[in-house]
Design a protein around this ligand. Sequence first.
Ligand SMILES: Nc1ncnc2c1ncn2[C@@H]1O[C@H](COP(=O)(O)OP(=O)(O)O)[C@@H](O)[C@H]1O
Ligand SMILES: [Mg+2]
Length: 257
Amino acid sequence: MNENGLAIQTETLGKTFGTIHAIRSLTLEVPIGSIFGLLGPNGAGKTTTVRILSGLMKQSSGCARVCGLDIETQRDQVKSITGLLPESPGIYSKLSAVEFLEFIGALNRRNGDSLLRRIDSLLSLLGLEERQNDLLESYSSGMKQKVLVASTLLHEPELVFLDEPTSRLDPSASSLVKDLILVLADETETSFFICTHMTSFAEEVCDVIGIICEGKLMTVGSPEQIIESVDAADLEEAYLRIVGGRVDREQLLAWRA
Ligand SMILES: Nc1ncnc2c1ncn2[C@@H]1O[C@H](COP(=O)(O)OP(=O)(O)O)[C@@H](O)[C@H]1O
Ligand SMILES: [Mg+2]
């Protein structure tokens, strides 16, 4: 447990790819136990931020601590105490849910009875006990996504990164994943860092939200604080005001002139 109560602390974190500034001077603090949502349009820098914080990619400038650990000098420890659901995860469809989770557990150096008990409890939390020995190829997208979320939690991480956990799911599957995150946050005391471009999802699930646009963190606060700060009716309106996404109707129809 780190002493300052922060799951994530970044200071002027930056990443460039050639001339592209993927993230610019990102300074952010996320308290332990939060469900933090990084909200932003495509290309805003969300995935880059998660890759750096989870130890997959090196930053170009600035520094960050994850659960009190330095992401540059303690990268292996960061990886061992965090879980990551990438934007496009792979799944082995010829394995059953139990076999897949045993395999992921083994990759995280977990085995034996304690791993099997953990798999059992996660699968029953997910409501998948009845189907747990069926091949993943027979699962719906929502069920697969639940298994993938569970795979990030097997080694009891202190912090879980979920990159667009619902972007490829239909509304009912996405609602299942949303409920799952809320249950797990409640029952496991895990901190979550979730990237999304879906304002309604962020509003329902996250207790703190950061809005990022063109690599720059525009604002951080509770959904209510962000809505109030720009005098909007809901988070979607606040988001559009902050990222400048509202398209002027006249501008949209200007081609007719
Ligand atoms: N490996 C890479 N090489 C070059 N440019 C990249 C790479 N990864 C991301 N970028 C660029 O960085 C910016 C941020 O991308 P990304 O972090 O994936 O955004 P988001 O996840 O918010 O959609 C984009 O302009 C993207 O093209
Ligand atoms: Mg992304």
